[in-house]
Design a protein around this ligand. Structure first.
Ligand SMILES: Nc1ncnc2c1ncn2[C@@H]1O[C@H](COP(=O)(O)OP(=O)(O)O)[C@@H](O)[C@H]1O
Ligand SMILES: [Mg+2]
Length: 379
């Protein structure tokens, strides 16, 4: 028999609780763990009973109200898909930002409830069985769009149901810290213990961005980059692999031990270029360096940013020089990119219907669908 879907329901209206019990108890594929009326018990029950799906009434009363419970589940990063019950007068939309996977408006039928439970359980099973991947967003030249793309790709992956973490690997200038306007006192990867880092240490140093993604920031001052040890970075990435299913690293251009630690640890290097001669020159030089390090060709994925910009080299000439056609392309976003970056917001959510957002969302999907290359290319 296939594994049952374990459902925990938080409902304080006796008639609704009774209705749900009746519907779920007759289902072979679903096991109703409990119906609780007190929101303050939910966090512990989730930990102990490990439900596959949570159902919460948004209008829950008592010491912990429905809205507060939903927010606290999201903030605690509970990796259990959440179905919210509401009434038409109090509409709620499903969104990764609020941690709500699906919404049922009362009154609902047994069919509505059961099919929603199956749908969110299947979605979450697909996301959790995805093999973990580390993607280093790299370019041998500054200003080509690494930080902008790394952030927006991570947010697009999060919205697509993955569980990404963004690592600020531009250690000297902390590009991600600057972009997200994280204050200087927010911890950085320097705050991880140097010896024996364990998974629980990660939680203390993560910055939860307003987009909903977790970010591991670089230190706030240039000279502090010196204090980061490349071996610790490799350990940190290995730990992040245990907690997240995608690790996106925004790297610096300079090739030093820290950058190499990130590139070595990556399953894919997303090598960003633009159609201008100096960028292409440096990209070709790095392609030769990657080959001599022993990285397999499949580890490198080329992304042309501002691919529609006029006055640059043409794509056929670039493909000729690289010996392959760049796998990904993102168009120019013009002012909307500058505006979103200045506000520290991801354009994939502020302007989801723009061409550049479509390109980034497609690229995120492409990167998540790639088969993982063999890891023997690592030094
Ligand atoms: N596709 C794009 N369209 C328009 N502007 C872009 C695009 N990609 C990047 N930019 C802009 O280019 C500048 C440099 O981007 P950034 O992400 O900081 O590059 P890097 O991290 O490679 O130095 C930023 O001002 C950003 O707003
Ligand atoms: Mg940058």
């Amino acid at each position: 028999m296939p594994e049952q879907i374990r459902v925990l329901v938080v409902e304080d209206v006796p008639q609704v609780a009774q209705y749900i019990r009746g519907l779920l108890n007759s289902q072979e594929t679903i096991r109703l763990l409990d119906v609780v009326a007190d929101g303050s018990l939910v966090a512990d029950m989730v930990r102990e009973q490990k439900p596959t799906v949570l159902i919460v009434d948004a209008l829950l009363q008592g010491s912990v109200k429905g809205g507060a419970l939903i927010r606290s589940l999201r903030d605690a990063n509970v990796q259990v898909p959440l179905i919210v019950l509401t009434v038409p007068q109090h509409p709620i939309l499903p969104s990764p930002d609020t941690g709500v996977s699906a919404v049922l408006s009362m009154p609902f039928t047994g069919f509505d409830l059961i099919s929603k439970i199956h749908a969110v359980a299947a979605e979450s099973a697909a996301a959790s069985s995805m093999p973990v991947r580390v993607i280093a967003v790299y370019a041998p030249k500054g200003g080509v769009g690494r930080t902008t793309l790394a952030y927006n790709l991570a947010v697009a992956m999060h919205r697509g149901g993955a569980h990404p973490v963004l690592v600020d690997g531009s250690l000297q200038f902390a590009d991600v810290r600057t972009l997200l306007k994280a204050p200087a006192d927010v911890p950085s990867l320097l705050h991880l213990p140097t010896d024996k880092v364990v998974v629980s240490d990660l939680h203390d140093v993560m910055w939860r961005d307003s987009s909903g993604i977790d970010v591991l920031l670089a230190p706030p001052r240039v000279e502090m980059a010196e204090m980061v040890n490349a071996q610790d970075l490799a350990k940190t990435i290995a730990l992040l692999r245990m907690v997240y299913n995608v690790v996106v690293v925004d790297t610096a251009s300079v090739i030093n031990d820290a950058t190499l630690a990130f590139l070595d640890a990556a399953d894919f290097i997303l090598d960003v270029l633009t159609y201008d001669a100096t960028t292409i020159h440096n990209t070709l030089a790095m392609a030769a360096a990657f080959r001599s390090i022993g990285y397999p060709d499949e580890k490198i994925r080329y992304l042309v940013n501002r691919a529609d910009s006029l006055g640059g080299l043409d794509s056929a000439a670039v493909a000729g020089m690289l010996g392959r056609t760049p796998e990904h392309r993102v168009c120019s976003g013009g002012a909307l990119v500058v505006k979103a970056n200045n506000a520290g917001k991801p354009f994939v959510t502020t302007d989801p219907d723009s061409d550049i957002s479509h390109d980034v969302i497609r690229t995120a999907r492409e990167l998540l669908a790639l088969p993982l290359p063999a890891r023997q290319g690592h030094r």
